[in-house]
Write a protein of this length. Structure first.
Length: 207
């Protein structure tokens, strides 16, 4: 006979410490994704993958995921002071990836993407010299080299370690504060599990 599994009810809380913990969890997810993507990318380049579309897509996603961690808005965003106690030039390396995301991925405003239009001429040696066509020349940065990919993954890993420690502290603060709330009030806050939203919510801010 199959036993019915009893699930523990979950009371939703939204005080300051809990909101901070939720934001940290979201950023940690983005950093983990960045690390995994960089690891996959390095393997693809080492294997000399010819799938340029997939390589570019992975690199674009890694940069977007990383940059999201430093953008404040609906969630708490990281400050570059998180690099202050690290050796080397982490601020400079960080800014390179932010520029790649902001000035190349989000907006085409730097030399990583170039388009030129040229006229095709007959060879100089021809007696009759003339214009015979039009050509569009394109140059686009698809992905960093393996060192650059490794550096982004490593930077994400270092930040992730720091954030996991901070998150652990906020877990304790949240639990301690949660235990001060009357238990009956907590049972009133029990809600169903999170649900995926439909496409009609795509243009609305997160609540």
């Amino acid at each position: 006979m199959k036993e019915n599994k009893i699930e523990n009810p979950i009371a939703v809380i939204d005080f300051k410490e809990a909101k901070m913990l939720a934001d940290l969890g979201s950023i940690i997810q983005d950093l983990r994704s960045t690390m995994l993507i960089c690891s996959r990318l390095k393997k693809m380049l080492n294997d000399k993958s010819c799938d340029n579309l997939l390589v570019e897509s992975f690199w674009t996603t890694a940069l977007i995921k990383y940059a999201r961690c430093f953008k404040s808005g609906k969630r708490f965003g990281l400050d570059i002071s998180i690099f202050d106690d690290l050796n080397g030039e982490p601020h400079k390396v960080h800014q390179l990836y932010m520029n790649m995301r902001n000035k190349h991925i989000a907006h085409s405003v730097n030399p990583f993407e170039q388009m030129q239009v040229g006229l095709v001429l007959t060879p100089k040696e021809n007696i009759e010299k003339q214009v015979i066509g039009v050509v569009t020349l394109a140059m686009r940065h698809l992905v960093s080299n393996i060192d650059g990919i490794h550096q982004l993954g490593l930077l994400s890993k270092v930040i992730l370690k720091k954030l996991c420690k901070i998150a652990k502290n906020y877990e304790k603060k949240t639990l301690d504060k949660g235990k001060t709330i009357p238990i009956d009030e907590l049972y009133k806050r029990v809600r169903p599990q999170l649900k995926a939203v439909g496409p009609d919510k795509s243009g609305k801010p997160r609540e």
